[in-house]
Ligand binder design. Structure first.
Ligand code: C5P
Length: 319
């Protein structure tokens, strides 16, 4: 009898925030955001096995003990939503530093939402997946789309941007942990002082520049991350890293999410590697941006044996 287990190895990419504006606290407790997400080549790897069975068993193996792992939560959620039962096994190889503003946990969760229905022989439309993603976390829906996207609301209302020219960047992850809820709270205390209309205008300018200068993609100013004001206050060493990145030629250089990771864009791979050599070895990572076309091609390659055709989201050949 043939082996009923279906296997795939997928990559869960990290993201950067190309600018992040926080407008106000909403009645649901989240903050109203304006940001542009961009996927990058830094990635976790997830090996997935699915065996159809009458009952459900979900297991995760990882070198790191991650409490309340989003992989398990995503698997349970999508299997329940699609009324599918079986044994799902995951092996997670973490490369994306955790709690750094790079979206690692969210990307792992989105990878489960994209891959598991294909292996389990269920069709899940983009709308269903986006809705399930938003239940798992504000950054999860973006990783169902990849490339560059404008995010509004909680960060879950997404509008795709055309692929920008691939760029070389350097990510620096300092040995500091910034609590996202605390960073939001600290920022909220200062929000009344800013004018939302000015914030929105400068964000508009950014999106126009990003979308109208395709394929070159002008990523220079006005990229700003509102968290820098409060996070740099608390951790001045992060401000020094930003200054160092700028001195090394990065334009722009800034915090991603609520940190603690920072990134800088460079004009060429050689400039980026010179910058890497001048920064502390530990926690400095050379990366490249990954556009939507490459993001999809990567997914289609990973799920090729289990897909009916190349479409988005990937569709199962077992359904
Ligand atoms: O959605 P997620 O679990 O990633 O959010 C983590 C925390 O970040 C939330 O509990 C909230 O404190 C804060 N947050 C926010 N506004 C957002 C996104 C996150 O206040 N738009």
């Amino acid at each position: 009898m043939s082996d009923p287990t279906r296997r795939a190895r997928v990559r869960a990419l990290a993201k950067l925030n190309l600018g992040l504006k926080v407008l106000n606290k909403r009645p649901d407790g989240f903050h109203e955001l304006r940001t542009v997400f961009q996927t990058i080549s830094l990635a976790d790897t997830l090996a997935i096995e699915f065996t159809p069975a009458g009952s459900t068993e979900i297991e995760l193996v990882s070198d790191l003990d991650i409490p309340d792992n989003l992989v398990l939560r995503a698997a349970k959620l999508v299997m329940e939503a699609l009324s599918v039962t079986g044994r799902a096994r995951f092996r997670l190889d973490k490369r994306i530093p955790m709690g750094a503003g790079l979206g690692g946990g969210s990307s792992d969760a989105a990878a489960v939402l994209l891959a598991l229905p294909v292996l389990a022989g269920k069709r899940a439309g983009l709308e269903t997946l986006l809705e399930l993603g938003a239940r798992l976390g504000s950054d999860v829906p973006f990783f169902l789309l990849g490339g560059a996207a404008v995010a509004l609301g909680r960060g879950t209302e997404l509008y795709p941007l055309p692929d920008l020219q691939a760029r070389q960047a350097v990510v620096v992850v300092p040995p500091v942990h910034v609590s996202t809820p605390e960073a939001y709270r600290a920022l909220a205390r200062e929000l009344t002082a800013t004018l939302p209309s000015r914030t929105i205008n400068s964000f508009q300018t950014l999106v126009w520049r990003l979308s109208c200068s395709v394929p070159r993609g002008s990523w220079e100013e006005p990229l700003e991350n509102d968290f820098e004001a409060v996070v740099f206050d608390q951790y001045p060493e992060l401000k020094s890293i930003k200054q160092k990145l700028r001195k090394l030629g990065a334009c722009p250089a800034m915090l991603t999410g609520s940190g603690a990771a920072l990134f800088g864009f460079f004009r060429s791979a050689s400039e980026a590697s010179r910058a890497c050599a001048a920064l502390p070895k530990q926690g400095t990572l050379p990366v490249a941006t990954v556009g939507r076309a490459r993001f999809r091609a990567m997914w289609w390659r990973s799920l090729e044996a289990h897909m009916s055709r190349k479409c988005w989201p990937p569709e199962s050949r077992y359904s």
